[in-house]
Design a binder for this molecule. Sequence first.
Ligand code: ZN
Length: 276
Amino acid sequence: MQLCHTTIHTFTTKPWSIDQCIEGYARHGFGGISVWREHIAGKNLAHVRQKIRDSGLQGTSLVRGGFFTSHTEEGRKAAIVENQKAIMEAEELGLPMVVLVCGATPGQIPSENYVQIERGIEEILPFAEAAGIRLAVEPLHPMYAGDRSAVCSMKDANDLVERLSHPLLGVALDVYHVWWELNLLEEIERCADESRLFAFHVCDFKPDMNHVLLDRGLPGEGICNVGIIDQWVKQAGFCGHTEVEIFSQRYWDMDQDEFLKKIAISLQPLADPVLD
Ligand code: ZN
């Protein structure tokens, strides 16, 4: 795949500042950037926007909103305010999309979390509409069902966005989270057919991971069959960027330029999008 069709998430190169990320991704020939809110905390957003524009990178998404669940009404209201803020930041940065990690509160059963998520998304849709920002629900692997997201599969995510049915609401597919689904191809096609497949994230799932969050692999290092899922996504008509999102202490400990070179090599077997 040509690197111009790929986006790097700033959390992938966590040791770098936002300026280093922008310069580094452009220098290595990648096509886009997805900005994590951690990287722009306290920054002048207009400057960051200008810097992204000057670099020639496409701004792909802001990561992340969501976390709608809470034991208390107050907590759920605070989440709406935080999401509203994220939507405004995306608008200020010129990023067309906010990725939603939907949340799960320990002590609440999954269905309770799921209902709160659905209500939360319903409440923020008008803000997204006013700003013209797309919202992408990212289902997470079930190992995070108790504390990060009650939306755990492409099926859950498709059901949710179909019920809420809004042109600005879609799904972010991350191979790490949904590779295990028996009907993954059908769920990808279902999502793409309704024009709701908004984002495609790659990394890999290592069955011998040494940390539940921070030991993801490069595409090809694990058991996701990234190449097969990549083909399914592109054959279903997805023509956006392939986004690299790797959390890995092992790779953060190395020189980040060397890491980006490894990423570029790992992406070579993947397909270019079919562009009109
Ligand atoms: Zn992701």
